[in-house]
Design a protein around this ligand. Structure first.
Ligand code: FAD
Length: 453
């Protein structure tokens, strides 16, 4: 008998589980209440990257000045940028829907809630219907976290999701939160010419990331006129006249025309009635999962942001595929559990920052012996040719075996180049394997070869 797999949520986690399970022979039904492709994915991740790409193109004109090209001022057209973002989102929504339908996945529009461990009720435009399944996936994603000390109004006090498509560009903006999303928004608004102040609750932006990478980003922000308010925790954001005021716990205040909250996200679990299905949440409200991404109830899985692991589209998609394989009993012989410690991630700022695997600070904290080699991009011909020698490659390996354990890259295309180290980490390659690989010349990737020497 065909297994019926019901997926709640059509983001990267839900999509990937749906297409893989359908290919492996399941009857798949996907329920999505808002946008096929995913709320966090298509209404946050993709628009923010599209705006950063436009901002990056504007600032690239400054680099061209050193390349024998006469400098011209460029101007931003808000309407065509909004149209461009809408176009990308519509296109991705369309291709995702087509892919799902071509694999035989049934998409139902509406909001789902559990009425038992094998049953959900969907409330949608056509009324309510009850669906029975053999297995379920909770892939309901997350939304921007809003603290109780601030009420975003969508006009001056913004969540990340209020920022696109852009209606106006802030003259000045206070960014609250200095994690990955916060620094990307600083970079984005600074590229569009806003006066930006970043409220940093600690002494380093990007807490937890490589301190040298964080320092390179801070330098770049300061050179671009961004103000860093370090060691300041925002406690209130209020409207004041035509602008806003951010008040911090140490008495300091930031005045700007706008403020944006970038203090993380929270899981979409309300209204799902997971308790009725018997599914347990962790103390933060995320769904508890085991290494197969299965919850405490057999046959109910959870993946993506709602599972409280790494909030990345790439991780959500990989979890989805692993769930489909586990559910359908596929690839048992070659199955490898998802190792969250080996997920590559990137921060799309200038300079770009990317990392994977073991970090230098983590190794020292655990007393683990490592070999660290650091090579600046300025030593490669390609960086000089492109008039951007900023940044470095840091490769971390085991001094005894030569195995590649991790790395951090700061500079142009860091998010692309990190894939080489990610592959080396996942495939247990050694620095000697990198050294024996014939890379392209001239290429920024040659810095990886130098780091492997
Ligand atoms: C500003 C920002 C930038 C980001 N940039 C990156 C990046 O550069 N790279 C990266 O890898 N990740 C990035 N992310 C993270 C990434 O967007 C998420 O990790 C990813 O989208 C999670 O996928 P998901 O499937 O769990 O959830 P989502 O994409 O949120 O999809 C979940 C879906 O479930 C639906 N849903 C919820 N409840 C119900 C219900 N009861 N019934 C029916 N449907 C329901 C929602 O409508 C939603 O469409 C970024 C996030 C933010 C906020």
């Amino acid at each position: 008998m065909t297994l019926r797999f019901i997926i709640v949520g059509g983001g990267p986690a839900g999509n990937s589980a749906a297409t893989w399970a359908a290919r492996l022979g399941a009857e798949v039904v996907m329920i999505e209440r808002e946008i096929v492709g995913g709320g966090a994915h298509l209404l946050d991740c993709i628009p923010s990257k599209a705006m950063i790409a436009t901002g990056g193109a504007m600032s690239a004109t400054k680099r061209f000045a050193g390349m024998g090209i006469e400098q011209h001022d460029v101007e931003i057209d808000v309407d065509s940028l909004a149209e461009r973002i809408g176009g990308i989102v519509n296109r991705l929504q369309g291709t995702t829907t087509q892919l799902l339908e071509s694999q035989g996945v049934t998409i139902i529009r509406g909001e789902a809630r559990f009425v038992g461990p094998k049953e959900v009720v969907v409330r949608g435009p056509e009324g309510e219907q009850t669906l029975r399944g053999d297995a379920f996936l909770v892939a309901t994603g997350s939304r921007p976290r809003i603290p109780d000390w601030c009420k975003p109004d969508g006009e001056r006090i913004l969540t990340t999701r209020d920022c696109y498509p852009p209606k106006v560009f802030p003259k000045s903006i206070a960014v609250v939160g200095s994690g990955v999303t916060g620094v990307e928004f600083v970079h984005m608004f600074a590229s569009f010419g806003a006066e930006v102040t970043l409220v940093v609750s600690r002494q380093q932006v990007l807490p937890g990331k490589d301190p040298e990478a964080a320092a390179a980003l801070e330098d770049s922000f300061l050179n671009r006129g961004v103000k860093l308010l370090k060691g300041a925790r925002a406690t209130v954001i209020d409207r004041e006249g035509d602008g806003v005021v951010v008040k911090c716990d140490d008495g300091r205040e930031v005045r700007a025309t706008h403020a944006v909250l970038a203090i993380g996200s929270e899981p979409n679990v309300e209204g799902l009635a997971l308790d009725i299905a018997g599914v347990e949440l962790d103390p933060r409200g995320y769904v508890n999962i085991d290494r197969h991404c299965e919850t405490n109830v057999k046959g109910i899985y959870a993946a993506g942001d709602v599972s409280g692991k790494l909030p990345l589209s790439s991780v959500a998609s990989m979890q989805g595929r692993k769930i489909a394989e586990h559910l359908m009993g596929a690839n048992r012989a070659t199955h490898r559990h998802l190792d969250y410690d080996k997920a590559a991630s990137a921060i799309f700022t200038q300079p770009e920052i990317a990392d994977v695997g073991l970090a230098e600070a983590e190794a020292f904290a655990n007393g683990r012996k490592i070999r660290v080699t650091k090579v600046p991009f300025s030593s490669t011909a390609k960086a000089l040719i492109h008039n951007d020698p900023r940044g470095f490659v840091k490769l971390i390996s085991d001094p005894n075996t030569g195995q590649v354990l991790g790395g951090t890259i700061v500079g142009r295309h860091a998010g692309e180049l990190i894939s080489v180290i990610a592959l080396a980490v996942t495939a247990h390659l050694k620095v000697a394997d990198l050294l024996d690989t014939l890379f392209v010349h001239p290429a920024l990737a040659e810095a990886l070869l130098d780091a492997a020497e």
